[in-house]
Design a protein around this ligand. Sequence first.
Ligand SMILES: [Zn+2]
Length: 153
Amino acid sequence: MFNTQRMKSVFLHQKYKISTFPIPIWELEQIIIDRGYDVCISSKSQASFILSTTVFVPNLSDTHNRFCLSHELGHIMCNHYDVYRVDKYTKSKYEAQADAFALYLIMPPFCFDRDLEQFNEWDLSEKYGVPVESVIKRAALITEPSNKEMRIF
Ligand SMILES: [Zn+2]
């Protein structure tokens, strides 16, 4: 269902040779900056968002910001323009795609799928620097029928 988002995350893993986990915050910021955007850490908002060419993220924790930055990067990578002006259906589709991209980016298929067979969700949450709920959501992406076939290869 989210094959495009998975492919786009794999593209970035290869381009930036991402091999350290959790992915450092600075590295996510660099990827965003390389796409022509600025990153602004703002304590005024509890949620992240994009305004023009600036990505705003709240000043909460690395764990939270890692997901927020990756989610907003997902909107950029998937060319989601006018996220705040589209209809409700399109908006929820965009949000689901940005979430899927973020999960794939933070927990790459090349190592997460193997780790999942060896470690529990708390160990994985620590390794990848995300909340346990994100690990569970990421694991659910693997069991989707369309992705299951691809694991055979
Ligand atoms: Zn969003």
